[in-house]
Design a protein around this ligand. Structure first.
Ligand code: ZN
Length: 113
């Protein structure tokens, strides 16, 4: 299962309960873009999401900080993103409880005791 496109990436915090499962870090390609173009933050967010999903099965990456480092040889900045991988707590009203393992099939959150 490829999860990069389903993992949400935020600079801020969440207004729903979650559990912190780890930290993730990713960077943009240095030589991928034409010189002069800004670093691709969308690409970076996708990578953060993919790492968070692959390593932790995370639902989201929050509190993301971005840092630019100028790469002299490439004549362009490199963008580095670092954030906190989290798994949501399921808050659905479950009359029948549709879970796959400990994950809710409706919201992908984790079953809470
Ligand atoms: Zn749920």
């Amino acid at each position: 299962m490829a999860g990069g496109d389903v993992v949400e990436v935020y600079e801020g915090d969440l207004d729903r309960p979650y559990e912190v499962v780890g930290r993730v870090r990713a960077r943009t390609d240095v030589f991928h873009l034409e010189p002069g173009l800004p670093p691709d933050r969308g690409q970076l967010d996708v990578r953060l999401g993919e790492k968070a999903f692959d390593k932790y099965g995370a639902n989201a990456v929050i509190q993301v900080h971005y840092n630019e480092i100028w790469i002299e040889d490439a004549n362009r900045p490199l963008l580095i993103g670092e954030g906190v991988a989290v798994i949501f707590d399921c808050q659905c009203e479950h009359s029948s409880g549709v879970f796959w393992g400990d994950r809710c099939l409706d919201c992908a959150g984790r079953r809470t005791p």
